[in-house]
Design a protein around this ligand. Sequence first.
Ligand SMILES: [Zn+2]
Length: 501
Amino acid sequence: MIKILHHGAVNGVTGSCHELRISHAGILIDCGLFQGQEESRGSSAADLAIDFPIDHIRALVVTHVHIDHVGRIPYLLAAGFDGPIICSEPSAIMLPEILEDALKIGFTRDRALINRVLELIRARVVPLPYGRWHSVFEEEVGSLKVRLQRAGHILGSAYVECDAVSGSAAERIVFSGDLGAPHSPLLPEPSPPERADRLVIESTYGDKNHEDRETRRYRLKAVLEHALEDGGTVLIPAFSIGRTQELLYEIEGLIAEFGDKEIPQATKGSDPSGSDPTLLPAANSKLGAFGVSPQGDRPRSESLTWSNLEIVVDSPLAAEFTKIYRDLKPFWDEEARALVAAGRHPLSFEQLTVINSHEDHLNAVEYLSKSHRPCVVIAGSGMCAGGRVVNYLKAMLGDARNDVLFVGYQAAGTPGRNILTYGPRGGWVELDGERYDIRAQVHTVGGYSAHAGQEDLLRFVEGIPQPPSEIRIVHGDDGAKRALQGKLRESLPEAAVLIPN
Ligand SMILES: [Zn+2]
């Protein structure tokens, strides 16, 4: 008996968590926390406790370290799970980092307890190189081997091939995890599995296609130039892992390409609040406080060019993961490695400022909201449901000179989705229980999603030489799942295409 069970990411409050059961033994693929709409009705510790049997679970395989795939690992450990945590080599480095942050926010304030949990996680992690089979168990009742392949979603992301044997039955079952879009910056794109008798596939963008890389790169350029024309801050809410690094990579590329090209500035000197940076006596001391380069000294007459555009990453976590990305260049794609060989520094260029301390963060919010200095700020969380981006939004949404640029998926019910929906109509959004009018302009550039689009998902499935007999669609909105189901049924009529619930 070889069975696939879904403990999460179907609907409800938890994120991705699937089980592959072989007779009386099993493994889990991911153990995540849901983010978005349903979070509020189920994020108490009691609701997040593991509510399915785990005595027979021999291992947890992690596809990648996004919180909706790993956020419940502390609860799994608390429930008594004592098996290995198998993941790719980059994920092994990032997992304790991301869980430390998650624990601080959602689990406990007890530092000693956090350290114990992290130690436990570090001791259990088994880094598995891509492309190498690993035996999870081999018993009389059956056996299981797993192999990780690059998924191109974030650094370390993998899809999981499972060779399961139970009695006379043998099957190759593949769990896609989250798949990346082809031609996304930095990471090699995923190749379809060589075989999959059954496939469990994500469908975040099962109903949408992305703009191609060049189109969105120039759209990003156009949005940034337009946004910076009238001064003010361009705020980009972005997840710490993946999207932040992709954006930095693209922005570095734009700076390299357009270096001295002037970004047109509208109405210089017409600042009605009179708070031009050059008029703010405290400006430089504030800037010094968070280490911003002295662009505030730029005389009014001097033009803004891509080379002197300032990019701020206001997130210690994003900075930490950017550093890990930098350290793991062997996992970058050829294009990115070629840039490094040519002397470029795609993730640590001179226009980049990182804000770490909370005090510097507050200073930056206040300074930028008053100065209207052209600046691009990347801050989390990606869906504006918490994190430092919320302080920026509160301070900046009311001013038409500021811009919010969304580059990723905004789940229903999140402030991000509401800003995206109501912002362009002159509406408002609720942040921390208060209403904020949205005067800032709202933009989106699709494709920096680190998720495969519909065509990419189809190509992934259709690239499997022998179509799977069964495909299970998980991890997406209902509409996305159904759209992908329709397409897959059309192209692979022999496959049973299911949406488990
Ligand atoms: Zn993900």
